[in-house]
Design a protein around this ligand. Structure first.
Ligand SMILES: [Zn+2]
Length: 343
């Protein structure tokens, strides 16, 4: 099969002929139709996230099962599937209690610790594939459906993690990014008042279209003051930080009002200072949020099937153009998600 192979950190993709994968016991193989291209996997390509090489990256797939190994139940040839991002074991306590991202025996991530979707076929443990609900027209919109598994489901999960209620004010830091923009969409769907915070002013139109009621550029002035002004001095109810530097997290905490919640998801994940006094007197909380459960992916699929929300894919190119697409991702020039068409 044809595959886009990375041979080392910070190298270009090589279009390579590699052996077709065959499923062993408990495994399945899918023909890949599309695969999303986001910043998480660009971090690996650029060498900022350590992985082993050679590697075929990519996890936001839409595919169709073409072969199943011995002992596999629940999947058959022809099934439309996407992929869970974590190589979770499926039988530890977190896995059995709908907390799969916290798996005690995790094997890492699809497309990072094993080969992923930038190839004609992908082989995974069968339970890592997720069958699309019948209601979802994955054949008509494979790229959009393929990014639900991360770009849309992750923000959907945050609504629950932070117990966001209708009428609350939600600020999203890094709102112009691939997941941030879907967070605006999901917060609007939850009937929140939505504030986009980003330094990429060229993304503000897209932020408004996705659901932002207000946009704030930290380059234009003090972001904490601006968020306080926008809430008549009360502070916002929830800050969702997709950047998570010390500066963004400290600003996020200071912008919170009573019972405010700061949700941390950003890749920077830097240590930061908080006021214990503020947390105590205002009953504030800090929450980490790590990927999603399978149930949350299926629920996000249901929302898309109903037309409540729609994944934003603005760049769709053939697999052969992966290098050019990743250049756009690296430079922050993709609005929403980019995806590659494989078949
Ligand atoms: Zn597990």
């Amino acid at each position: 099969m044809k595959a886009m192979v990375l041979r080392g950190p910070n190298t270009a993709f090589e279009l390579t002929q590699v052996p077709d994968p065959t499923p062993g016991p408990g495994e399945a193989v899918a023909k890949v139709v599309t695969c999303g291209a986001g910043l998480t996997i660009q971090h690996a390509k650029a060498g900022r996230r350590k992985i082993e090489f050679p590697r075929i990256i990519g996890h936001e797939i839409t595919g169709e099962i073409v072969a199943v190994g011995a002992g596999v139940s629940g999947l058959k040839v022809g099934d439309g599937v996407t992929s869970y991002f974590y190589l979770n074991c499926g039988h530890c306590r977190p896995c059995l209690t709908m907390l799969e991202p916290l798996c005690e025996n995790t094997g890492g991530n699809v497309g990072l610790e094993c080969d992923g979707g930038y190839a004609e076929y992908i082989k995974l443990p069968a339970h890592i594939f997720i069958k699309y609900p019948e209601s979802l027209d994955y054949k008509k919109h494979p790229a959009e459906m393929g990014v639900i598994t991360d770009a849309l489901a992750t923000p959907y999960k945050v609504l629950r993690r932070a117990s966001i209620k209708g009428g609350e004010t939600v600020a999203v830091i890094g709102a112009g990014g691939g997941i941030g923009i879907h967070q605006l969409m999901m917060a609007k769907w939850a009937n929140a008042r939505v504030i986009a915070v980003d330094i990429a002013a060229d993304k503000f139109d897209a932020c408004r279209k996705a659901g932002a009621d207000e946009v704030v550029n930290p380059k234009d002035g003090d972001v904490v003051e601006t968020l306080r002004d926008l809430t008549h001095g009360k502070g916002v109810d929830v800050v969702i930080d997709y950047v998570s530097t010390a500066a963004t997290q400290e600003a996020g905490m200071k912008a919170l009002g009573q019972r405010g919640r700061l949700v941390i998801l950003g890749g920077a994940a830097q240590p930061f200072n908080v006021s214990a006094r503020d947390m105590l007197t205002k009953e504030q909380a800090i929450l980490g949020s790590r990927y999603v459960t399978r149930a949350e992916i299926l629920e996000a699929c249901d929302l898309v099937a109903r037309g409540d929300v729609w994944p934003l894919v603005t760049v769709l190119k053939p697999l052969q153009e992966a290098e050019a697409v990743h250049d756009l991702v690296e430079r922050g020039q993709v609005t929403g998600r980019a995806a590659l068409r494989v078949a």
